[in-house]
Design a protein around this ligand. Sequence first.
Ligand code: DHB
Length: 388
Amino acid sequence: MRTQVGIVGAGPAGLMLSHLLHLAGISSIVVEDRSRAYCEARVRAGLMENWVARMLIDTGVGERLQREAMVHDGIYISFKGEARHIDFQKLIGKQVFIYDQKEVVTDLIARRLADGGQILFEVENASVHEFDGRSPKIRFRHQGRAEEIECDFIGGCDGFHGICRPSFPAGVRSDYDRVYPFGWLGILSDSPPPDDELIYCFHERGFALFSMRGPDLSRLYLQVPPDEDADRWPDARIWDELETRLGGVRPLARGKILQKGITPMRSFVTEPMQSGRLFLAGDAAHIVPPTGAKGMNLAMADVRVLSRAIEAHCKSGREDLLKDYSATCLSRVWKGQRFSWWMTQMLHRHSDEMDFDTKRQIAEIDYVTGSEAAMTSLAENYAGLPMA
Ligand code: DHB
């Protein structure tokens, strides 16, 4: 097989890269080790920055998003039994969108296939080769046969556990890592969310987040110990804990729990995001803790930068944008890392004591929900920093 860009991974990054390249007249093939059904069903964070929604709409994959996404003007932060509103629309004139990543993936797969794109699902043993030269290769097995894609560039969009990042030659990468001493237990429930907007709760028993996927579908999270076993959380315990941490700021309707899972928390960045003609994008290069839901948004920023750099190379032989890819992405990535870390440390309980740091945290939440300057800073990061 021969194509201009070989893409490993059919998540939001790989599919959007393939879509943007197609619009620029550049061919690509996507390989993915999971099935199409798996990719389309996996519930992930569902918060979309303003510019990402606009990019999907402007590039013709926003039709269902415009119909079904829930548009939010702001968020609530709850502490000391009070929910304080941060009104993005008023502060910075921007909204955010709730639209699950699996819907983005579903829309992008449908669009790529309708446009004649090639996505090979359920490939096995994918590996990347010769990306230091002009003719990189992706090798894998598909439907029982050994296959090879010969291409000009490889997009490594295969997530944190993928094969692309570990394929960098020894000594090229520096990794920056932080793990947090807690995780999130997340549920999907057929019950109405407690408010039209998201509520982030700081509570003495730990953080809780009340999000949603629809008017009668809630997406709710609880801070739990790291490596917690979801089986230790029968439904009644989850509801009791959610209700306690919501602290009476809204009534909480209970419903049938449709899904339950643990989200690990880590911050990770690898530098550089590029080796020769292999370019990492999204979770393959960086992971954020989920607070603030920056993961998919950063991935979308990477592939926009990458598609433009490849387009400039193919159309006018420019090398500079490709050479700058890593630095361009990393300046945004680190701001996303900073914001995600900041939201995480501010809203989670780090100890059971009412100690210095806990007092400082409460003062910080009080400040962030009371000062217009601080709220504006939160709003512009949450709704998405401008794309260069
Ligand atoms: C969601 C997840 C988040 O981590 C967040 O900050 C906001 C929303 C969600 O899944 O809906």
